[in-house]
Design a protein around this ligand. Structure first.
Ligand code: SAM
Length: 299
């Protein structure tokens, strides 16, 4: 351990079934935080609220204070808690995390009119539709292919004056974009309370009033009020939930309304097209990397 280190990290590899016990063990031994990442590049957007991982093989990073002697701890890691134990702690200098973000996130043009701009740089094109959005706890900064494909489709095809549902709104990025592109009413829905808060905060920062973009949990009465009234429904979730949500999403739409679904991989498209076939004829509208966007009109 370097004497100058402010923090130190231990990197473990574990199977998903071991993660909870390893986390508990590390916290009991003084870890200040434990973060989880995909070890094997297995695509998955994020776990649902309260869900445990995730990927089969997980990389755990445990953060400890810099002054702690972690050698005894490393000698005591129960072998049944991980598949790979670190040989040594990695010293970490105290970084200003906002600076790391500032280095990573830059203004991003998506489609013709939309720019997603972090707050720390002035929008490069003041005449564009600039959506101010900083990375936060809720998913959706525009950098993920699934979000980018939805934004491009909204930018290209959403006529003004429409009623739009952003189901699985996360940061609220799609709903905010729809409102700024001229939708008259937008409903945001998410089952994660953190996403509701993030969407509301982001909408206000983008001068989208609460009344123009209410954001609610799925069981809220507003979702019932919107039955059969949405001209567009956009949902960027994951293949499994998209199949399960088919009756909910299609019941929100007017006949002839447009549905956009993202969050699925190319080889998952067929199952989703089939699940929606009774109500909407979907086809692949876009593909970016291994992700596809499905689009179609309600019968
Ligand atoms: C991949 S993020 C998409 C965020 C944003 N719409 C975007 O395009 O970047 C998926 C969001 O869907 C939410 N979600 C997942 N399952 C859901 C469900 N069954 N009902 C409502 N929201 C759900 C998650 O909490 C998450 O915020």
């Amino acid at each position: 351990m370097s004497a100058a280190a402010d923090w130190q990290e231990l990197h473990f590899t574990a199977h998903k079934d071991q993660v909870k016990s390893l986390e508990d063990w590390l916290f009991a031994r003084g870890a200040l935080s434990v973060t989880l990442e995909d070890e094997a590049d297995q695509p998955l957007l994020e776990p649902g609220p309260g869900e445990t991982p995730l990927w089969d093989a997980v990389r755990l990073t445990a953060l400890f204070a810099g002054h702690e002697d972690l050698a005894p701890l490393l000698g005591e890691v129960p072998p049944e808690l991980c598949t790979q134990t670190p040989a040594a702690a990695v010293p970490v200098a105290d970084r200003e995390w906002t600076r790391v973000w500032e280095d990573q996130f830059h203004p991003l043009q998506i489609g013709e009119r939309l720019w997603i701009c972090p707050s720390w740089t002035p929008p490069p094109n003041p005449d564009a539709i600039n959506i101010l959005l900083d990375p936060g706890l809720a998913f959706g900064t525009g950098t993920h292919p699934t979000t980018a494909m939805c934004l491009r489709a909204l930018d290209a095809d959403l006529p003004p004056g429409k009623r739009v549902v952003d189901y699985g709104c996360g940061s609220g990025i799609l709903g905010i974009a729809a409102a700024r592109l001229g939708a008259t009413a937008v409903l945001g829905v998410d089952n994660d309370p953190q996403a509701i808060t993030a969407s509301r905060d982001n909408a206000r920062r983008n001068e989208v009033p609460d009344a123009a973009f209410p954001v609610v949990l799925p069981q809220d009465h507003l979702v019932a009020d919107w039955q059969a009234s949405a001209d567009w429904v956009v949902a960027n979730i994951l293949a499994g939930p998209l199949v399960a949500l088919a009756p909910v999403l299609t019941s929100l739409m007017v006949p002839g309304g447009r549905l956009l679904l993202a969050g699925l991989l190319a080889d998952q498209a067929e199952a989703i097209i089939e699940a929606y076939a009774p109500e909407v004829t979907l086809s692949v509208a876009d593909q970016q990397e291994e992700w596809v966007l499905l689009g179609g009109l309600k019968h």
